[in-house]
Ligand binder design. Structure first.
Ligand SMILES: NC(=O)c1ccc[n+]([C@@H]2O[C@H](COP(=O)([O-])OP(=O)(O)OC[C@H]3O[C@@H](n4cnc5c(N)ncnc54)[C@H](OP(=O)(O)O)[C@@H]3O)[C@@H](O)[C@H]2O)c1
Length: 236
């Protein structure tokens, strides 16, 4: 049985990814920055008979990622699949706000790097791994870098990080990014004013989780260093 760690697993798309991977016969490590919220979410999935445990992980803190990896290693839990789902959407002006990018860089960009540094070298040593970076079409130049600047810029950077991590990790550890679509979560609702149509998010968290689960369960020899939506390649 593979073990999958999902960051920001306590709610939204992350929780749906946890549920989907557990149903697909994974031991899921639900990672959350708040211990009580993570425990509560994991207990809810365990009540459904799923194989889920929880850990504390604030992705913006490199030491938190290393501590999490050490804690799991002490439990003899090897992480085969890393899903970098945690993210923030921080509206604001690049020119007028005092720190327009700080939190978004820390969570959306450096977060996946912190966790990759904590878990990918071990995957490479063991000769198998999958990393899934939950990005956004708003980080795609091809789709116009839409949305609030801090979000678009850090998701574009996450896409670039995905390419380079995949190059460094080699063929045994498949590393891909995806856009889940516009999803009914706290973030999806909060980002609604940025949508030109002013309509409501179109997808359930379960629908938003589908491509992440697809990429987390790619067969050997599958794509790496790519960007996907609805299981199909998406232009950068
Ligand atoms: N919803 C959409 O329409 C949409 C569209 C495209 C891409 N996405 C991406 O999908 C991912 C999940 O989004 P969502 O819609 O499910 O958002 P959400 O409901 O707002 O959930 C965000 C999750 O990230 C966690 N998080 C934030 N900062 C963190 C940190 N420093 N360390 C660890 N966890 C942290 C939150 O934890 P707390 O509960 O502790 O705050 C929460 O679990 C994000 O990467 C987002 O950018 C979403």
């Amino acid at each position: 049985m593979r073990t999958a760690l999902v960051t920001g697993g306590n709610r939204g798309i992350g929780l749906a990814i946890c549920k989907g991977l557990a149903r697909a016969d994974h031991h899921v490590v639900l990672a959350a920055r708040n211990q009580a919220l993570g425990q509560e979410a994991a207990d809810g999935l365990k009540d459904e008979g799923l194989n889920v445990s929880s850990v504390v992980l604030d992705v913006s803190d490199p030491q938190s990622a290393l501590d999490c990896a050490a804690e799991l290693k002490a439990q003899r839990t090897a992480v085969d699949v890393l899903v970098n789902n945690a993210g923030v959407f921080v509206p604001g002006s690049l020119l007028k706000d005092p720190d327009p990018l700080g939190q978004s860089i820390a969570v959306n960009f450096l977060g996946p790097l912190n966790t990759a540094r904590a878990f990918v070298p071990d995957m490479m040593d063991r000769g198998w791994g999958r990393v899934v970076n939950v990005s956004s079409a708003w980080g795609s130049f091809d789709e116009g870098l839409e949305g609030t600047p801090s979000y678009a810029i850090t998701k574009a950077a996450l896409n670039a990080l995905t390419v380079h991590l995949a190059r460094e990790a080699g063929p045994d550890v498949l590393i891909n990014a995806l856009c889940p679509g516009w999803v009914q979560t706290r973030m999806g609702e909060d980002s609604a004013p940025w949508d030109p149509s002013g309509s409501v998010p179109e997808r359930t968290p379960e629908e938003g989780a589908d491509t992440a689960i697809y990429l987390a369960t790619l067969p050997d020899g599958g794509p790496t260093g790519g960007f996907f939506r609805d299981r199909a390649p998406l232009a950068w």
